[in-house]
Design a protein around this ligand. Sequence first.
Ligand SMILES: [Zn+2]
Length: 325
Amino acid sequence: MSKVKYYYDSETLSYKKIEQKKGRRLGIALLSITGSFLAGFILLIIYLNIPQIETPKEKALKRELQNMKLQYGLLNKKMDQIQDVMANIEDRDNNIYRLYFEANPIPEEQRKAGFGGINRYKDLEGFDNSKLITETTKRLDILTKRLVVQSKSLDEIAELAREKGELLSAIPAIQPVNNEDLSRIASGYGVRTDPFTKARKFHYGMDFTAPRGTPVYATGDGRVARADSRSTGYGNHIRIDHGYGYTSLYAHLYKYNVRRGRRVKRGDVIGFVGNTGRSEAPHLHYEIFKDGKRINPINFYYGNLSPEEFGEVLDKAQRENQSLD
Ligand SMILES: [Zn+2]
């Protein structure tokens, strides 16, 4: 509170108040405000120019942050390596495995697709190192997705390989009797002379001459569909259902080694050569059906013949002669 000051007026012989001028008071106020600002500004300049004195905690945090950045850098380098390995596997998957099993290659966009829609990285935003962390996380997410796609593809390949393996072991692919010197092929598929009527007739199978009791082999994996003599002409015969539309038939048997319903593997002895049914001499009459139609068995001996041997078999089977039926 400012003191009230007086002066003595000699004319009126009394004390009077000294009135301070308003303008001067304002000037003083302005001067003090400017002064304060100036002082503050100078202090700020000094503060900014003096090297910061860090507390031990700040120092530790700073070191930790630097280490974290270093570690993120190393992580990214490791991810580079993993990405290279991954790209190599994907390439082999598309161009070898999937190609081999006739599956469509998986397009690049599908393999490397990120995650669309909502921002999955919102929680990582708003920090000094947000970009580094977000980018690293994104890379890891994409890599994870590529792994999932690849893993599914391999499952598919494994399934296709299993099916292909099953198909290959099911299809009739060997000769039904031991025929090392290829001397047992007596008659092939095509028009032949009937041994009984001597008429020209279509012979729907292949005849293998062999002594009675010679083992007869299943020519592919399958299930015995029939083992009986209730079909005219065939005598004791066996039919094996191989699946995939294939059936093989073995006729004029002397004896059976299997019963209906038995599962057999390629090469299993299923019966023995005989002379039952409409047969002129002991031999095996062999037929292959595809989707119920009889087809030429000659195309199914690739399992255990060299190209030269196959040529010889073809030659013998095509010879126009009399079948043994
Ligand atoms: Zn025949």
